[in-house]
Ligand binder design. Structure first.
Ligand SMILES: Nc1ncnc2c1ncn2[C@@H]1O[C@H](COP(=O)(O)OP(=O)(O)O)[C@@H](O)[C@H]1O
Ligand SMILES: [Mg+2]
Length: 267
């Protein structure tokens, strides 16, 4: 998508500053943070615990307002994403991607469409069934309840729900955290094929180096309250910074780096 890269970014964050006030004290999360995500990219965001990765995704969704700076998503201020129907533009898989425990799999997936209230119920059900299969689950799972699902299946159902309105942009907060290695790898393969086949733009927060190397077209590193570097995994690893040395070249990093193959082809 080289032509798209020269156009306006799908996500454009400029001079972002995020400050929380707790117990009367100000706590800076982001300062002068800039980040652009172009159409077709699969961008991974990495950073230490508490560095503001989840807050950044929530700002892209319009769920949280920055102290100052601009968060523009598909040409509009993210503040508008809180409006009805916004789920058609951005899908989100939350870190603790809770399903509604009293709803079946199918009703969970259908929820955003039902909430919109514009489609007849049989169409809503059909759309939800299509998404169920798109995430690799059999229609026979449609009537199960969340309590009866494995961790990997819960993630898939939450992903189907995030995609039910065909958003061009998908945000994922630590999608493979808490999964066993086989489920994490299978989920990773699913994300890669959805990214390719649906032409999705994906922004993913992850600590999982296998997932990061396997999927990312670009990586952004959050440290010192801002994005200190963004680029291909190789470019980012070559950037000299204590967080990057620890993250990529600490013990857990070495194995993934040893397996590092060529970056995924441009989409
Ligand atoms: N609503 C809030 N009020 C006060 N502090 C918050 C709020 N949301 C997040 N924080 C703080 O902001 C920092 C960044 O949080 P977060 O984005 O969740 O970190 P992470 O990078 O681990 O996802 C943390 O110190 C967190 O405690
Ligand atoms: Mg987080």
């Amino acid at each position: 998508m080289s032509e798209a890269r020269s156009g306006i970014p799908l996500v454009d964050i400029e001079q972002l500053s995020s400050v929380f006030r707790t117990a009367g004290r100000e706590f800076v999360v982001h300062r002068d943070l800039d980040l652009q995500v172009h159409a077709g990219e699969l961008m991974s965001i990495v950073g230490g615990s508490g560095s503001g990765k989840t807050v950044l995704l929530r700002q892209m969704l319009g769920l949280e307002r920055p102290r100052s700076g601009r968060v523009t998503v598909m040409g509009r201020s993210a503040a508008h994403l809180g409006e009805p129907g916004a789920a058609s533009r951005v899908g989100m898989l939350f870190q603790r991607g809770a399903l509604f425990s009293a709803f079946s799999v199918l009703d969970n997936i259908a929820f955003p469409l039902r909430e919109l209230g514009t489609l007849p119920d049989d169409l809503v059900r059909d759309a939800a069934l299509v998404k169920l299969q798109m995430v690799g689950l059999d229609p026979s799972q449609a009537h199960k309840m969340p309590a009866d699902l494995s961790g990997g299946m819960i993630k898939r159902v939450a992903l189907a729900r995030a995609l039910v309105m065909d958003p061009p942009l998908l945000l994922l907060d630590e999608p493979t955290a808490g999964l066993d290695p086989d489920s994490a790898e299978a989920f990773c393969r699913l994300l890669r094929s959805l990214h390719r086949e649906l032409g999705l733009t994906v922004v993913m927060v992850t600590h999982d180096l296998d997932t990061l190397f396997e999927l990312s077209t670009r990586v952004a590193v959050l440290a010192e309250h801002r994005v200190i570097v963004s680029g291909t995994p190789r470019e980012v690893m070559a950037f000299d910074h204590p967080f990057i040395r620890e993250f990529f070249l600490g013990d857990r990093g070495r194995r993934a780096v040893a397996l590092l193959h060529e970056p995924p082809p441009a989409v």
